[in-house]
Write a protein that binds this ligand. Sequence first.
Ligand code: G6P
Length: 614
Amino acid sequence: MCGIVAYIGKKEAYPVLIKGLSRLEYRGYDSAGIALLDGQELNLYKKQGKVANLVAFAEDKNIKGHVGIGHTRWATHGEPNDVNSHPHFSMDKRIAVIHNGIIENYDTIKEELTKRGYVFQSETDTEVLVHLIDDIQKTENCSLVESVRQALQSVVGAYALVVISKDNPNQLIAARKSSPLVVGIGEDNEFFLASDATPIVEYTNQVVYLNDEEIAVVDIHEGLRITNINNQEKTPYIQELELHLEALEKGGYDHFMMKEIFEQPRSIHDCFRGRLNAAEGFVSLGGLKDFENRMLNAKRIVFVACGTSWHACQVGEYLIEDLARINVEVEYASEFRYRNPIIGEGDVVIAVSQSGETADTLAALELAKSRGATIFGICNVVGSSISRITDAGSYTHAGPEIGVASTKAFTAQVTVLTLLALRLASKKDSLSRIRFRTLLSELEAIPEKIKRVLEKDALIKEIASHYKDSSNALYLGRGSSFPVALEGALKLKEISYIHAEGYPAAEMKHGPIALIDAEMPVFVIATKGTSYEKVVSNIQEVKARKGKIVAIVTEGDTQVKAMADHVIEIPDTDEHLVPLLATVPLQLLSYHIAVMRGCNVDQPRNLAKSVTVE
Ligand code: G6P
């Protein structure tokens, strides 16, 4: 939610900032802006809309400078327009600030500053920061870093920010609390600052992840210095990035989303590599080792997550309860954290998050930790905030996911949760040896089976063409296919703006059936398994009301085929692994429908990939 990038060094800053902003655009694309120091001048350029608008605006401006900051915005306070775009200037245009997060007490600070003669240009919470820093520096006659430190002590809320000043042309000041910030260390005191490592990776693989309430000063002459907001010195912990540049490019696909859908055979394989060996009947999760007993003895496991990750947790609930016989609850992180949950020492709380930065998920974990629960993280982004505050965790290893609609991250999360369920089941001896071995082999075979589903892309595109003009859609599934229905509906609504709802198939008759008519497509997961016959009855109920059925069925199915308007066959697998296969055609259907409707699939309106505000 908002991306920030900054550069100081010998290179021209403008191309570094623009490329960095393009990489961070998945975090928000309501506006983009930059500020650069050119000799004694601090120049600011900002524009509503995507980074491309800023580039077009800047084209004839001959922008120069070796020190600069850049921002791509997801609007919270104040509508998306040029004025509300970041960076924000001090009144004397001496200082500029970029910020990701929310200043919760901005109203009080603004009132105070207004009384002191400050005039605000924008409706943003961020603008109070720059005036506050300016005011402190002038009244206290102190250094820029000291004024930033004092300002941050008055601020309530979340921030990752970078401050640039024409009085300090050799340095940038950055700070974070609850919003991520990475420092990239180049050669000869060259530094990069960014919300994540994607703008940094092509220049250096040496990074430092700032911790909460830390302030970093990067100086052309003096290098990197980190203190906290109480002015205590901190030793920078330099880490080596494992990210590769190719992973951030489209690789010949029209959209990141399509690339990421097609990456799933590999990403799932990467996810279980070294953790699963069907031939030897072995499954383990390294991160779990020291905490396995706590999970096995837990009164219950509580999952906290948001969005697509919450759907993955729902699949996890079916798996862990059925296979390992441990009580599981799945909570929306935003609800969990505000309803005084009964949680304590005997509980294990697992956060599932692609980005590892989602504000509500992070806060839910912190709450659980403060109440004595063991906290565990399942994240995709290495070094993210959630992965750093948890007692232990397992990465999903899906690689960077750039498309705002989550695809390969979801199937990787489900894979880790399947491994977790199987590991716990093996320790609890809750499955027969034969069933356990069968599940391992079936899981190992999933990447090849997904390849077979992907081969049906042309058929799926053809089916999509029949439904591209729909206004509504219903998604139905039972058991662990119910969360798949939820995920299918979410994919369609978020990228094509067609209203869609997911329901447990049997619940259809308690309301949604009233909506069904000849215009209403109903996407049903009707694969072979325990509830197959029940789902067949639900399909008949839809057909009786002239609804259109698109069914995901097991290869060789004849019964549903005879009733449905369209079927997409997926390879046979164990019932517990169906979500890994059945999700893929639903992703492709949404993708093609959205493209046919002319939507921007990688950057759907109003959304952001990483939601670092509540
Ligand atoms: C946003 C994204 C979703 C994602 C959700 C949770 O809404 O657009 O794709 O599922 O946040 O994000 P997380 O990073 O915690 O999985």
